[in-house]
Each structure stands twice: as C-alpha cells, then as structure tokens.
Design a binder for this molecule. Structure first.
Ligand SMILES: Nc1nc2c(ncn2[C@@H]2O[C@H](COP(=O)(O)OP(=O)(O)OP(=O)(O)O)[C@@H](O)[C@H]2O)c(=O)[nH]1
Ligand SMILES: [Mg+2]
Length: 194
C-alpha cells in the first residue's frame, strides 16, 4: 500500500488535482481510497467518487498535522484492514504542515508518504508575500510540485513563481499544470508514482 499526501494552501486546487490523479489510478487498474481532512464543509461529492469506483473517508474536527493526527492514523489502519487498497490519497487542509503528517505516518506504519504539493499560480505572488513561511513549509517537503491554474496566468507570472519554487524546494520536480485543461497527464503521474 502506498500513501500520497496532497498539500497546498486553501483553494489552490488540491481536490481538483486529487480527482485527476484518482481517475488515472482507477483507469490503470489500481485501487484507491481517499481521505479528506476538512475543517468546514466537505468539498468532494461522495457519490461522484463512488461512481468512479472510489471510496472516501472524512476526518473532521481538526487539522491532521497536529491535534487530529491520531484520527488520521486510525483511519489509515482501518482502511488498510477493510480494503487493503493499492493507494490511499490524503488531502490535507489548506493550512496543514505535510512534513508533520509524513513523519507521523512513517512512525506508525513505516511507509514514506509521497507528498504532492499544489501551488496556485494565479495568486502566487500575493500569497507568497503574505505567507512565505507556511507556503515554504507546505511545498518545501513535496516530491512533486504542481504549479496549478497555469491556464489563468501570463508566462511572466509562471516564470516568477517557478523561480521562487526552485529556491523553496530545489530537490522537487516542478511542473506547470492546469486541473481544468483536459490534457492527458499519464506520463506525469507515472513518473510521480514510481
Ligand atoms: N482556472 C482554474 N481553476 C482551477 C484550477 N484548479 C482548481 N480550480 C478552481 O479553484 C477552486 C478551488 O479548487 P479546489 O480543487 O477546490 O481547491 P482546494 O485546494 O481543494 O481547496 P480547499 O480544499 O478548500 O483548500 C475551484 O473553483 C476550482 O474549480 C485550474 O487549474 N484552473
Ligand atoms: Mg479541497
């Protein structure tokens, strides 16, 4: 069983990307279960996921990087016992610190979660100026960073964001992305999931 952790600021496109990745996984014959850590309302339609052959579990009541980490670990254990899926995909809240979550998972299960970081290119400059610490922590431990919403920005905006992301995380692969453009991303997902 592999674990994928999707992290990134509020509204950056985590759920939109998650649905793309989950679709790729199920179409390639792998089973996947999704864990949504929501602070407020649920962002994913459970029926939509079920019709795509996916299951979802929600962790409410707090952020899984800190106070509610025990709930997440319990859920992972029970999902493994019940379904033993090929993948568990976790969407963290927009204010979570993924490194904490990855450490907790590694300690409990001995599994290194792959971190998929989502950066919102359309708001990048504004968010980065306001919250360099949070964004740096969220994206600094990612294995793959998707610079999302590139359909909305100029090439100058893209270049400026890429420059900063490279310094935030020199080790990560960074890709320009759009969760709504319908482009086939098979090769990207294959590379990320090896
Ligand atoms: N134009 C454009 N809109 C996008 C893209 N990705 C996501 N969106 C839109 O951005 C909004 C937020 O997307 P979500 O996928 O819900 O973002 P999220 O990170 O899951 O949001 P929270 O879970 O609330 O933090 C939605 O209205 C999406 O339709 C993209 O690549 N391009
Ligand atoms: Mg979401």
């Amino acid at each position: 069983m592999k674990i994928i952790l999707i992290a990134g600021f509020l509204g950056s496109g985590k759920t939109s990307v998650l649905l793309k990745l989950a679709k790729y996984l199920t179409e390639s014959g792998a089973s996947a279960v999704i864990i949504e850590n929501e602070i407020g309302e649920v962002g994913v339609d459970d029926k939509l996921l079920r019709s795509a052959g996916l299951r979802m579990k929600e962790v409410f009541g707090g952020c899984i990087c800190c106070g509610s980490s025990g709930l997440l670990l319990d859920d992972i254990a029970s999902l493994r016992g019940e379904y033993n899926p090929d993948y568990i995909i976790i969407e963290a809240t927009g204010v979570a610190y993924p490194l904490e979550i990855r450490c907790n998972i590694a300690e409990q299960f001995g599994i290194r979660a792959a971190v998929l970081g989502i950066a919102d290119c359309s708001r990048w400059a504004r968010l980065w100026n306001a919250m360099p610490q949070l964004l740096g922590d969220q994206l600094g431990c990612a294995d793959l960073i998707l610079l999302n919403k590139c359909d909305l920005v100029s090439s100058e905006q893209k270049e400026a964001a890429l420059e900063i992301l490279k310094t935030v995380n020199p080790a990560a692969e960074i890709q320009c992305f759009s969760a709504i453009d319908g482009v086939d991303r098979t090769e990207l997902w294959k590379g990320f999931l090896v």
